[in-house]
Write a protein that binds this ligand. Structure first.
Ligand code: ADE
Length: 237
């Protein structure tokens, strides 16, 4: 799978892409993440990518020209795949990212991520490029970069072969069961007076599975009753 991230701050991705699961997935060529700088595409002689909003108001807007030209350049790269790309703009006004959307994006061969900054994009970027708009939650970030990393992170862990154990994203919270994940313990058996539940030590796989299912359900009821309602609606229809 290929990601193309269009941003004013490509360096923000450096550390994130260079470590842990992402680094391993990139090294193993399961995913590639290409960074594009809007500034490289501006036709302004002072290299400006932004301008003041018509009608007044605070802040600056990213101009159409560098964004359209950047996206056109990205799309010209021949990556030997005939499927159309999924163009996504990160914005708090978009549809909310959830596990289902991450799973849908994980089926795509190529995703282009547009990261806005300042007060936002000129509206004609939305009208002309018609990106799918995605939000990572009801709060406002300083720009789309952190949100783009969240999208990449949630998608990449679903790609086959990325996690060490093929099944380990299957049991993540919100995955197949739609419930929160059960609690887990490792050694030692006792730490500061807190002990590991007996059932996990006994070696009875059926009992362990039953206990985990109960814990998942109980946690979800306590913390996210809305997910259970959602689940029964999904099951019904
Ligand atoms: N850009 C600024 N805030 C954002 C959010 N909540 N989600 C996605 N992109 C954003």
């Amino acid at each position: 799978m290929r990601f193309d991230v269009c941003t004013l701050f490509p360096e923000m991705f450096e550390s994130y892409l260079g470590q842990s699961i992402l680094k391993r997935a990139i090294d193993r060529e399961l995913v590639s993440v290409h960074r594009w700088d809007f500034r490289d595409y501006t036709d302004d002689k002072h290299n400006k990518v932004d301008d003041r909003p018509f009608g007044g108001g605070p802040g600056m807007l990213i101009r159409c020209q560098p964004v359209f030209d950047c996206v056109e350049a990205v799309r010209q790269v021949d990556d030997e795949n005939d499927e159309p790309d999924e163009l996504i703009s990160l914005t708090p006004q978009g549809e909310r990212l959830d596990q289902q959307l991450a799973a849908e994006l994980a089926t795509r061969k190529r995703v282009i991520l547009l990261c806005g900054r300042y007060e936002g994009f000129d509206e004609r970027i939305r009208l002309g490029l018609k990106p799918r708009e995605v939000s990572i939650g009801d709060f406002v970030l300083n720009g789309g970069e952190v949100a783009a990393m969240v999208v990449i992170d949630s998608v990449v862990r679903l790609l086959p072969g990325v996690l060490g154990d093929e099944t380990s994203s299957k049991y993540d919270s919100f995955s197949e069961s739609g419930l929160l994940e059960y609690p887990q313990y490792t050694r030692p058996r006792e730490y500061r007076g807190m002990t590991v539940p007996e059932v996990l030590i006994g070696g009875n796989h059926e009992e362990v599975a039953r206990w985990r299912a109960e814990q998942s359900l109980q946690r979800t009821k306590e913390r996210r009753a809305d997910l259970i309602q959602q689940q029964s609606q999904d099951d019904a229809g």
